[in-house]
Write a protein that binds this ligand. Structure first.
Ligand code: MN
Length: 289
């Protein structure tokens, strides 16, 4: 299992200087991998990312949330196609950087919708994901769809809705990505969705109910980590946290990061690394009981 951290814990910009900050922070806190936000994958040099990570013995994954102009679930073919083109580049960046996972809200725009998703919109997204999944599989990259709360997509808000959508997609290189922050809003508990997802769960975000320090909110991490142990999960487990202390032009406003929940990236990250590893180790021993 690889334990990682989202780049926005350290910096809101991912040019070479921002990358240096994020990679140094990731290493210093004790993580194995950096999750790179790829909101604009055309601006990222995957080969450079790979060299910089190699220097620190780290690996990477990537995530993104599409915007309205690149909404894969749009009924407008040009908009959906623009999303597909952006995701093709994102897949290529991950492959160039030596990563094996692309995740996040890669099936719709990451935004509040004013109406439910339509069958035609879902079908457009599913068809594009099938094509992207072929490209990703050829590059050794797995696609995982992040189940997020109702204010950030209208396509999949629960693990079971995610599983139903995976059936519509119908490709064995497209899986689920669960995030404890979103689960805490939408699910009936933290254990059942993990068990339901089972081997379709290929990516995990660990976030607190207010997206700040782990253990200071209302997320039932005990149940969630038991679920991971129960299904034998061994994919990436990535800490995600946001504060107005670190601002990304493309992400912070979309996610509604209006408050300053921490201003010490290094302390926050080191704490999260310990928190996650301690819990994963503890639930491992349940197999001995
Ligand atoms: Mn997340």
């Amino acid at each position: 299992m690889q334990i990682g951290v989202h780049g926005l814990v350290f910096t809101g910009t991912f040019d070479e200087s921002g990358l240096r900050t994020a990679i140094a922070g990731t290493k210093e806190a004790g993580f194995d991998l950096l999750e790179l936000p790829l909101m604009d994958p055309f601006a990222v040099d995957g080969a450079l990312v790979r060299r910089m990570l190699d220097d620190h013995g780290l690996t990477m994954t990537a995530s993104l949330g599409l915007d309205a102009a690149h909404d894969l679930s749009s009924e407008d073919p040009a908009t959906s196609r623009a999303g597909e083109t952006l995701l093709e580049r994102a897949v290529d960046v991950v492959a160039e950087a030596g990563g094996r996972h692309l995740c996040g809200v890669i099936y719709s725009a990451m935004q509040k919708y004013a109406a439910p998703a339509t069958p035609a919109g879902r079908a457009a997204s599913a068809a594009a994901l099938r094509r992207l999944a072929d490209r990703a599989a050829a590059a050794g990259v797995t696609l995982s769809l992040e189940v997020v709360n109702r204010y950030e997509t209208n396509v999949i808000n629960t693990a079971r809705a995610g599983l139903r959508f995976l059936e519509e997609v119908g490709h064995d290189n497209v899986h689920l990505h669960l995030d404890t922050y979103h689960m805490n809003i939408e699910e009936s508990g933290m254990l059942e969705p993990v068990l339901d997802a089972g081997d379709r769960l290929r990516y995990v975000h660990i976030g607190e109910s207010h997206r700040g320090y782990l253990g200071t909110g209302s997320v039932d991490f005990g149940s969630f980590f038991r679920g991971l142990a129960r299904i034998g999960y061994d994919g990436p487990v990535v800490f995600e946290s946001f504060s107005s202390a670190v601002v990304s032009a493309s992400l912070s406003n979309t996610l509604g990061i209006w408050r300053n929940l921490w201003d010490d990236s290094a302390g926050l990250a080191a704490h999260a690394n310990r928190f996650i590893r301690d819990r994963l180790r503890a639930v491992e021993t349940i197999a001995l009981h």
